[in-house]
Design a protein around this ligand. Structure first.
Ligand SMILES: [Fe+2]
Length: 524
């Protein structure tokens, strides 16, 4: 009894099935034997029609048809096979003399024709070659499809890369423009405010805050600058400088979206603080792996968390803030050194006159006290004192004899002297000093009532630093010996200044001067 075929064996046998439509003949028997010997599983049918049926239920890998069996239905069968893409190959055998039949068979769809007589092994070999060719064609077709799919994938990748490149080029252009608008040659707080203002324009987010440590307390990141945030909220906004959130931002260096980390228990308190301020995301400002600041982002234009695209843009723009701050610090250091050098020069020139010796240094000292009393930041005080040290630098362009002239000055003398604020601003402008210092120097002789010089500015149109310098200058003039009078005490000087509050001087600065003098910091 024959052993049942295993599944693999069935599969192997199925892969070798051939249908042979052959008439009864010795040659046909030999041919079947040859196919058997070659490992095929031949199924013999007596006609083209039965061959067609056998193809239907046996699914052979090839069909061999004797030409004598090809009637009209047989040729239609060939045609049907031809129309099948990747269909079963068909071989027709016909006598050598039946060339027209062989040609017709090829035209109707036969894959090969074998002229008889031929030895059975040749027919088997031709069928095997045909199968190999079909298999190779199928492989080529599959490889072609794979290559086309890869090509399409590559084209899609290329399109995506091009789009990324285009977007990055736009981002880069925007970043260049963005940072061109940020000026490192100024006050740090002003730079931070500039950043937030431009960031709001670029992203459409109308609530932003810039958190960094204060000189007086490095343990908290507090809102030094804010945009679209009520002052009372900004004053309460703070996160620990070495807390979980700051550590996460420093380590990650990427935007952090509050909604995505809310469940993190160690962050709950800090994120709660941000949520109370209406903030949705935060960005680190890093320089050489140091966290310099944190920028907080409020809701997007349409409400809710800013989109990935907005976060990407904001991160791209904020990421260059670190180098800008470093440049600002370098510039501030250089400015400090230059101010020291110029201050020394001013002091040396002043020392030629007994009435001017130490004047600018003392004005700087008064101005700093007033600025502190008025709540100015360290950066603002730094700018103010630099302006104070340099406020009269323009006088060295004027005839030195005029400054120590005894007795009343002629009109022509005053004309000369009144040029010194403009001359001073011009000298500093040539050395590229910041606008804030130039304007303080240029306008330190303006009066609150508009009767000062050089331009007769009045009230709040006079630069803030110039208003402080004006009071500081007057305080030093009154508390120092002059060619035509002796120095008076700060208390007495203040008594003389008070009537000029709101006339010559800004009342708020005179009030601050009053508090400073009353505190006794400048007591004789
Ligand atoms: Fe002056």
């Amino acid at each position: 009894m024959a052993r049942p075929e295993s599944k693999n064996e069935q599969s192997d046998l199925a892969s070798m099935r051939v249908v042979l439509a052959l008439p009864d003949s010795d040659w046909a028997d030999e041919l079947i034997q040859a196919f058997l010997r070659a490992g095929f599983v031949p199924h013999r049918t007596p006609s083209a029609e039965t061959a067609a049926l056998a193809v239907g239920y046996r699914a052979p890998i090839a069909v061999l048809v004797d030409g004598d069996l090809l009637d009209t239905a047989g040729f239609q069968l060939l045609d049907a096979f031809r129309r099948q893409s990747g269909g079963t190959p068909v071989v027709v055998v016909a006598p050598e003399s039946a060339s027209q039949l062989r040609l017709k068979a090829l035209l109707w769809g036969a894959d090969d024709c074998i002229a008889l007589p031929c030895i059975p092994a040749e027919a088997v070999l031709r069928v095997r070659r045909l199968l190999e060719t079909k298999k190779n064609l199928a492989r080529l077709e599959s490889a072609k499809r794979t290559a086309e799919e890869q090509c399409e994938g590559n084209r899609a990748d290329l399109r995506s890369l091009r789009e990324d490149l285009r977007r990055n080029a736009i981002l880069l252009q925007r970043a260049v423009e963005f940072h061109r608008r940020l000026s490192p040659n100024g006050d740090r707080v002003a730079l931070e405010a500039q950043l937030l203002r431009h960031l709001s324009v670029e992203t459409g987010i109308d609530r932003l805050a810039y958190l960094t440590t204060r000189h007086s307390d490095a343990s908290w990141l507090v809102a030094q600058s804010s945009w679209g945030l009520p002052r009372r909220l900004a004053d309460q906004l703070r996160i620990p400088a070495t807390g979980e959130l700051a550590t996460l931002l420093k380590a990650g260096g990427v935007p952090l979206v509050a909604d995505r980390v809310r469940l993190h228990p160690s962050l709950r308190l800090e994120l709660g603080i941000l949520a109370a301020g209406g903030f949705k995301a935060c960005l680190p400002v890093l320089l050489k792996n140091e966290l310099l600041a944190v920028v907080l982002l409020g809701e997007s234009k349409t409400g809710g968390t800013p989109t990935e695209e907005t976060l990407r843009l904001a991160h791209f723009l904020v990421s260059a803030m670190g180098p800008t701050l470093a440049a600002q610090e370098r510039w501030a250091r250089e400015r400090h050194i230059t101010a020291g050098t110029l201050g020394f020069l001013v002091a040396t020139l002043e020392s030629r006159s007994p009435f001017l010796t130490g004047h600018s240094a003392r004005v700087a000292s008064w101005a700093e006290s007033f600025g502190l009393e008025l709540g100015m930041s360290q950066d603002e005080l730094s700018t103010l004192t630099a302006a104070a040290v340099l406020h009269d630098i323009g006088r060295f362009q004027i005839d030195p004899a005029l400054w120590s002239k005894m007795g009343p000055l002629e009109d022509a003398d005053w004309g000369h002297i009144r040029r010194h604020p403009v001359e001073g601003a011009r000298i500093l402008a040539e050395a590229s000093w910041p606008t804030q210092i130039l304007s303080a120097v240029r306008h330190h002789h303006e009066r609150w009532d508009g009767n000062g010089y050089p331009f007769g500015l009045a009230g709040s149109s006079i630069p803030w630093d110039a208003r402080i310098l004006s009071v500081a200058d007057a305080m030093d003039a009154l508390t120092s010996d002059r060619p035509n009078r002796a120095a008076i005490s700060p208390d007495e000087a203040l008594r003389r200044l008070r009537p000029e509050s709101g006339i010559q001087f800004d009342p708020s600065v005179v009030d601050a001067a009053g508090r400073v003098v009353e505190a006794g910091a400048f007591a004789a």
